[in-house]
Design a protein around this ligand. Structure first.
Ligand code: NAD
Length: 355
């Protein structure tokens, strides 16, 4: 094997994985040298957050259940007040990427320890990346201070994630790994983790379609989420993530569904330049093309296939192509407006991607 030059930086985060791992939360808070944790959640998961807070006894500084999509700065400011008035010295983010984002935004401002307990597969808990919105504008920063110091992955917590969300969330995670395969700054370890994450999801999601409560499949998917999130934090993303950022930010399309729809098209587009890097994924999906294999996988799972079904209008496609090609960014295949317009058109119609 001819190993090319590479650099690698492992994550300093402590990972605790296992069924019932949630029971170790008090021990984790203590190990971080903290005494009072503010438990964060969305309004939808407030009851679970309250239960978790109750189980912590005096280690809990209460619950702040207002986490929202895209981490609005106003919500963060309200949470900072709750931290202060409740005498909290760390946070416990219990939920998906939105709640983890709030924990990161607080840590970024207060430089305090944070623990993440993910209940979706988005993977934010494993990255030093924070996206925030203010006055309708989303900005993203990368800073070691926002990486949670400890993550508790308990598969039992994702058993209640509805099947449709499990699939789109899983495909969101697979997108991180698929783009990691051809990342400019990839290394042998990121490629190993990406392939293992993709394998975990290709095995788990079809099982969850038949049996959404299956704990073995839930643990495989959550393991995949950790791997895919870790590579997202380690190597640069390209066309697929750029397109999803544009579609979510400028057209307000839902995050995970957008990833699920765009992924086969972005990967098919990039196969022209990164065919060798994507061959292992094509082989895993038992197709000649990774992009076509992903399309068939998404279809078999019953996930959304067309941007027109999640709120995008045909009239917006020109503007989306224009925004997505306005600023230069690295991608294995050169990006041109007509090529991206054609890609978006096929994704809008829900067609099987063509080479
Ligand atoms: P989310 O956190 O917005 O959750 C969606 C909904 O599902 C919420 O109402 C939530 O309370 C609910 N939910 C979560 N887990 C559940 C469960 N087990 N059972 C029932 N309901 C549950 O969605 P998400 O897809 O996890 O995260 C999306 C956000 O994360 C986006 O804002 C995205 O930009 C961000 N993100 C950031 C990174 C990063 O590295 N910074 C990575 C991935 C995603």
């Amino acid at each position: 094997m001819d190993i090319q030059e590479f650099s690698y930086q492992g994550s300093p985060a402590k990972i605790i994985f296992g069924r019932g791992a949630l029971n170790r939360l008090a021990e984790v808070i203590d190990a971080l040298g903290c005494q009072r944790a503010l438990v964060l959640s969305t309004p939808q998961q407030a009851a679970d957050a309250e239960r978790l807070s109750g189980s912590l006894g005096p280690l809990s500084a209460g619950v702040f259940a207002k986490a929202a999509m895209h981490t609005p700065v106003e919500t963060t400011e309200e949470a900072l007040q709750a931290m202060h008035s409740n005498g909290a010295d760390c946070t416990v983010a219990f939920g998906g990427g939105s709640t983890v984002g709030l924990g990161k935004a607080i840590a970024y401002r207060l430089d305090i320890p944070q623990i993440a307990i993910p209940t979706t597969y988005a993977g934010s808990e494993a990255t030093p990346i924070l996206g925030q919105t203010q006055d309708g504008e989303k900005t993203t920063l990368r800073d070691g201070a926002v990486l949670p110091g400890a993550v508790i992955y308990d598969p039992e917590l994702s058993q209640g994630l509805p099947y449709a969300m499990s699939v789109t969330s899983g495909l969101n995670a697979m997108a991180h790994a698929a783009e990691a395969l051809y990342a400019k700054d990839r290394n042998p370890v990121s490629t190993l983790m990406a392939m293992e994450g993709l394998r975990a999801f290709t095995e788990a999601l079809p099982v969850l379609k038949e049996a959404p409560q299956d704990l073995a499949a839930r643990s495989s998917a959550l393991y995949g989420a950790w791997l895919c999130g870790t590579v997202l934090g380690q190597v640069g993303m390209s066309l697929h993530h750029k397109l999803c950022h544009v579609l979510g930010g400028s057209f307000d399309l839902p995050h995970a569904e957008t990833h699920a729809i765009v992924l086969p098209h972005a990967i098919r587009f990039n196969e022209a330049a990164a065919g060798a890097e994507l061959t292992p994924l094509a082989d895993m999906l038992e197709r000649a093309s990774a992009g076509e294999g992903l399309y068939d996988f998404v279809k078999e799972l019953g996930a959304p296939l067309a941007l027109r079904d999640i709120g995008m209008t045909e009239a917006d496609l020109d503007r989306a192509a224009e925004i997505a090609t306005r600023n230069a960014y690295w991608n294995p295949r050169g990006i041109d407006r007509d090529g991206i317009r054609a890609l978006l058109d096929a994704a809008w119609r829900g067609e099987r991607p063509q080479g």
